[in-house]
Design a protein around this ligand. Structure first.
Ligand code: NAD
Length: 335
């Protein structure tokens, strides 16, 4: 009998095609995520779940899914999965690191530049018929990027790719990470600094840490008050890394100049949220990895990870390597 994989929502076709080669696929071919009730019902008798970051894979769900052997998430972040509990139950968790790095770094730069140079505000002004005088010496002044100081918090795959791009803008680059990266310091000529120094000195601050209990609220009122009044803050990591209420206040009261955000504390963000009333914030709906090529690669990679576990082969992108000691892999022949 073929193993059963439940796919929680519409994904690029390549992922489904791969899964269908060797699994029975229960494909919920819909864009919105399933309701909690639907999800809990659907996972009862499946061997694998193919999910996205919107479906919480917590203790309750894992307990419902009695046959579950593997969760594959079409994301690099896995803060929606109770990894410790999954491991204790012998459930393998695979994700999609690396393939989205450059795409997310590109988008981080798009937000940084749009926020610094007021691109969205300018676009809106024209569309609303408010461009009434020609070139004006003091109209829509923004902030330079070239030659300024960039602060990167979290120098992993994406943080590194963002820093690499900054070399082309002749920026001085400061970074903080829990691990010092001497290799990266040599390669990019970047400098290791405390978060406090980064906040004090950087003209642009961009966060690329995973969401963990330690990074939740990493940038709050205290941190925002340390930043330069002319600084731009960018977040393409996870919303709760920045205290959104404090950020709104900071943007309203001019503690910092602007922000570029792809992620929010609650997604979708409420259209009436006070943050969206501000002109000095540029927002996108969690699309940093949304290029055609990258989404195809992510869809494929999550499917490959699931298939490998079901076949009893060690997957390349395992979030919980310790799981092998709880439930060793057994080779299974699948057609
Ligand atoms: P990564 O694991 O390569 O890098 C994360 C870095 O953060 C690591 O170097 C790690 O040491 C560091 N770190 C962890 N905790 C820290 C802390 N408390 N303080 C400072 N540094 C800390 O991951 P990545 O591939 O670069 O992705 C980073 C995050 O970006 C993901 O976890 C995900 O949540 C987010 N992301 C968002 C999107 C999007 O669509 N907006 C897309 C991809 C990734």
């Amino acid at each position: 009998m073929k193993p059963v994989v439940y796919v929680t929502r519409k994904i690029p076709e390549v992922g489904i095609k791969l899964l269908k080669e060797c699994c029975e696929v229960r494909y919920r071919d819909e864009v919105p995520p399933p309701s909690r009730e639907e999800l809990l019902e659907a996972v009862k008798d499946v061997d694998a779940i193919y999910c996205t970051l919107n479906e919480k894979m917590d203790k309750e769900l894992i307990d419902k899914a009695e046959k579950l052997r593997v969760i594959g998430t079409m994301s690099v972040g896995f803060d929606h999965i109770d990894l410790e509990y999954a491991t204790s139950k012998g459930i393998y968790v695979v994700h999609t690191p690396g393939v989205l790095t450059e795409t997310v770094a590109d988008h981080t730069w798009a937000l940084m530049m749009a926020a610094a140079r007021r691109v969205v505000e300018a676009d809106n002004m024209i569309r609303k018929g408010e461009w009434t005088v020609p070139w004006a010496p003091t109209m829509l002044l923004g902030h330079d990027i070239y030659g300024k100081v960039l602060g990167v918090i979290g120098l992993g795959r994406i943080g590194y790719a963002v820093a690499k791009r900054a070399k082309g803008f002749n920026m001085k680059i400061l970074y903080y990470d829990v691990y010092r990266r001497e290799d990266a310091e040599k390669e990019l000529g970047i400098e290791y600094a405390s978060i406090e120094r980064i906040l004090k000195e950087a003209d642009f601050v961009t966060v690329h840490v995973p969401l963990t209990p330690k990074t939740r609220g990493l940038i709050g009122e205290k941190e925002l008050k340390i930043m330069k009044k002319t600084a731009v803050l960018v977040n393409t990591a996870r919303g709760p890394v920045i205290d959104q209420k404090a950020l709104t206040k900071a943007l309203q009261e001019g503690w910092i100049a602007a922000a570029g955000l792809d992620v929010f504390e609650k997604e979708p963000i409420d259209p009436d949220d006070p943050l969206l009333k501000l002109k000095n914030v540029v927002v996108t709906p969690h699309i940093a990895s949304a290029s055609h090529d990258t989404r195809n690669k992510m869809a494929e990679m999550a499917a490959e990870g699931i298939i490998k576990v079901l076949r009893g082969e060690k997957p390349d992108n395992l979030c919980n390597p310790e799981v092998i000691n709880v439930r060793p892999l057994e080779k299974v022949k699948m057609i």
